[in-house]
Design a protein around this ligand. Structure first.
Ligand code: 3PG
Length: 183
């Protein structure tokens, strides 16, 4: 998967053509478009059609219906704030990567039972940050993490330096990319 996973919130469809080119311009070829807005599925569809060289996925997917809508729109990966076995089942069947939010040993064990070895660690800052990741990696050396939530320029490097960190998620990538674009 891509190393940087920008959390993208599209309120109006026209924003797709503002945010995705800005991300590309910043060297980020990925967008996690979140199901926090009514137009998420449509935004994913447009993003997949217009930016085929980018990895476009769906975020904040909290149930099977949203997962189905995201996949129908062309989402190439699915992210949830927590773990949904229903979403995991659909993604497994369709061979789509699913990154559920897991912050406790019990949640990680549930993910492993579903065949998932890369999980989102969210909100990373609240659940102990890098210290927690290191502690969780002792009993779960096979697990890779995507810390998200409260990650920014001030702490991204320390997360990236840890070999169990597969990728970094965050809304700050979008903010930075837009600022860079606007000069
Ligand atoms: C998410 O859903 O992953 C978070 O809203 C991202 O958190 P951030 O805004 O602190 O990066």
């Amino acid at each position: 998967m891509e190393k940087f996973v920008p959390v993208v919130v599209i309120k109006e469809l026209s924003e797709v053509d503002k945010i995705l080119p800005a991300l590309k311009n910043a060297g980020i070829n990925c967008a996690e478009i979140t199901f926090r807005t009514a137009c998420a599925a449509e935004a994913i569809k447009i993003a997949c059609e217009k930016y085929p060289d980018m990895s476009v996925g769906a975020g904040t997917v909290i149930n099977a219906a949203q997962c189905k809508a995201a996949l129908k729109a062309g989402a190439q990966f699915i992210v949830s704030p927590g773990l949904s076995p229903a979403v995991a089942k659909i993604c497994n069947k369709k061979n789509i990567p699913y990154y559920p939010g897991c912050v406790t040993p019990t949640e990680i064990m549930a993910a492993l039972e579903l065949g998932i070895t890369t999980v989102k660690f969210f909100p990373a800052n609240i659940y102990g940050g890098l210290k927690a990741l290191k502690a969780l990696s002792a009993p779960f050396p096979q697990v890779k993490f995507i810390p998200t939530g409260g990650v920014d320029r001030s702490n991204i490097d320390e997360f990236l330096a840890f070999d169990k960190v597969e990728a970094i998620g965050g809304s700050f990538f979008v903010k930075e990319a837009l600022e860079k674009m606007e000069g």
